[in-house]
Structures are given as C-alpha cells and as structure tokens.
Design a protein around this ligand. Sequence first.
Ligand code: HEM
Length: 407
Amino acid sequence: MSDQQTATQVWNIVQTTAFDPDARTDPHGRLKDLREACPVMRDEPVKTWFLTRYADVRETVNDRSLWRHWSRAEPGALLRRMDQDPDEPRTDSILSMDEPDHSRVRLPLAKAFYARINAMKPRIEAIIDEVIDAAPADAPFDLIGEIGIPIPILVIAAILGVEQHRYREFREWSEASILGLNPLRTPEETERMEWGSGKLADYFTELMQARRAAPQDDLISDVVALQAQGAPLSDEEVRVNLSALLIGGNLTTTDLIGNGVWLLLRHPAELAKLKADPSLAAAAVEEILRYESPVAITNRVVSDERRVGGCPMHAHQSVITSLHAANRDPAVFDDPDRFDITRKHVPHVAFGGGSHMCIGAPLARIEAKQALARLFERFPDLKLAGPEPTWRALPFFRGMEALIVRG
Ligand code: HEM
C-alpha cells in the first residue's frame, strides 16, 4: 500500500485502469491493495461495485441469472456513462444481449464459428507463419505493428471469406471501427470509427448477398445457410455479430501476442524452457493470459437482491469484476506474481465465464500458440531492441503501443 494511504483508504476504479498513468504502466500493485483491503468495493461516485477476489469474480461471471446489458444498470453507472450515445437505437451484439436473445443468436453463431475454426486450422497457422516470415531479419522492427496487428485481421478475414483484393480496405475499416473501444476518442476518431463501421456493414451486406447466390467455403456462407435452414437470425443481427467478432478479436489477440513476447523476453529462464520444449507453447499461452491478460475487466448487472462477500447488492446495480486481480489471487495461484510457464493448474478468468464467456477463446489460443512457436523458431535470438514499451492508454485493456525487437 502506498505512503499516502491509510488502512481504510483504497483506490477508486478509475485509478486501477489505463486512464491513470501509473496504473497504465503497472495495474497489479493497486489491484493487490484492493484485494487485500477492500475486495468487494462500492465506488459510489461511479455507482459501481468492483470485485478483486478470484472466488467472487468467478461466481459473478458464471452466474447466468445476472444481466449484461448496461442499459439495465442504474443511471450514473460507469459503463453506462462510457456508452457515448445511449439513446441511439441500435441492434446489440451478443456482447451486450440478455436472454432469451443472447442464446438465440449466440448458439447458432458459435456452432458455425467453431466448425469453421476447426476446418481452417491449417490455413490459420499458415497465415500466421507468412506474417512472421515477412518480418525483417536484419533490422529492428515493431512486433506489434509488423506481427501483432496483421495476424488477427488476416485470420478473421480468411475465416469470414473476405476477398483477397479487398484485404487492404478491410484492414482499414477494421482498424477504424476498433476506435469504438476507446471512450476517450477524439471527435475525428469518432468520425473515422463511424466511417469504418458503416463500410464494414455495407461490405457484410454485399458478401451475404453474394454468398446466398453462390456459397463459398467461408463463415459468411455458413451463416446465411443457417438462416435459410430456419435459424432465427435477422440480417442486421448477422452483420452486427460479424463485426463483434472483429472488434472483440483484433486488439485482444494483438495484445496477447505482444504481451506474451514481452513477458518471455523479460523472463529468459521461461523462454529457455519454451525453446527447449516447444510443446510448452500451449501452457505458455495460458500463463500469459493469467499474468498479463489483454482484457482487464468484465461486467454484469445485478438482477435481484444478492450478497457478495457479505455485502448486499440490489437489482440494477452495476458490477465490474477485475479479471487482472482475480488472476493474481494468492488464494488460487501459488506465488501469483511469478511468471511460470510450467504451472500445473491455471484456471484463469482471462476469458470471463458463464454464458458470455469469450466466444473467440479457441481462436485466440490457436493464434497465440502458433505465433509464439513460429516467432522463436524463425528468430531464435530475438531480443528487446528499444526503450521500455509504452502501454496503451485504453481503459480496461492491457497492451503496448509498440514493442521494438530484433531478430
Ligand atoms: C486474447 C484474446 C481475447 C481475450 C483476452 C478476450 C476476452 C474476452 C472477455 C473477458 C469477454 C467477456 C466475457 C464475460 O463477460 O464473461 C469476451 C467476450 C467476447 N469475445 Fe473475446 N477475448 C479474446 C479474443 C477474442 C476473439 C479472437 C474473438 C473473436 C474472433 C472474440 C470475440 C468475443 C465476443 C464476440 C465476445 C462476447 C461474447 C458474449 O457476450 O456472448 N474475443 N472476450
């Protein structure tokens, strides 16, 4: 606990996020303070509960009786305030849907998505190898820009069925629409985001029509076929959820790869274990997800009176669960601040849980595992080659602006 604090003072939620320059560099000390001093904290000014103990986080994310949609949270709740235009009517993605719509949309989408990922695993791995093989062999380069960013965009483009000659535009639209994750974006960025989202929606409409007329071997063909067989999904729901796969999967996977490479380069003994036994790549990915997860929090809305850690919570109160804090809870993980890719049991909550658990988890795991394996195979002497990296000022996410390395 810092010098200025007394036993009863704790950090507020915003002070644990990338909004705050100190927490941006390292959020874990403040989260530890909270977990020890006030694990079930009510942050009244932002009308939100904040949970930092693994057991409370796990119980909350797994509880299917809780709501997800922020519009059900009381006025003034932090996540409601961050939704810049709450009155604008729009179709929700599964990310914010509640039952019964959530299951109606998620189940067929997940079935099609998982079948696609399985069928395309060799192609996904080949795309990753190509990206890594294109990185410069004899000069320093930015791992985030050259490898972390292109991998998830090219992979999701191939899964969806984006035509090769539209890749450049698709990447531009995807990167623009991801600005939507930043509640502090400038008006110019909002304009760019709206332009990108509009372009993506138009392009998805075009692809859906084309695939209805002539199916191909891709996810868009699978989803329109499901509609034709009677799956109750409107075209707008398909468009919005295909965009959610992009928005949910791009930055997160970029950061999983970036954080992973950074951690391994800073922990040479762990990297040596991985090089000596490449079959440890899957376990390394789980430890990276636990130790420096790309997504810091997830949220739920209380649907009925309940108690967490003895604290009474009321319907419509907003709850933010700290995935970062849960993943370093010593009650579950021995010596939690030690990065150890040979941990035997890593039940982290980096992907959340329950009915909203990350739909992209299997894909993220394939991508990160292949990226690490190929990277250290192609660059066995990879090293850090720049100043200490700058962490992105994007609240609730954890990733670097750039990571300069040399092969
Ligand atoms: C390292 C990579 C990733 C991390 C750490 C991550 C993390 C998360 C978390 C924490 C949630 C909320 C879960 C909850 O509230 O219980 C989530 C939901 C979601 N993620 Fe991911 N994600 C990653 C990659 C992906 C990928 C690759 C995709 C898609 C291609 C994706 C798409 C989604 C979607 C659509 C949801 C909403 C699911 C629902 O509410 O039913 N994510 N993710």
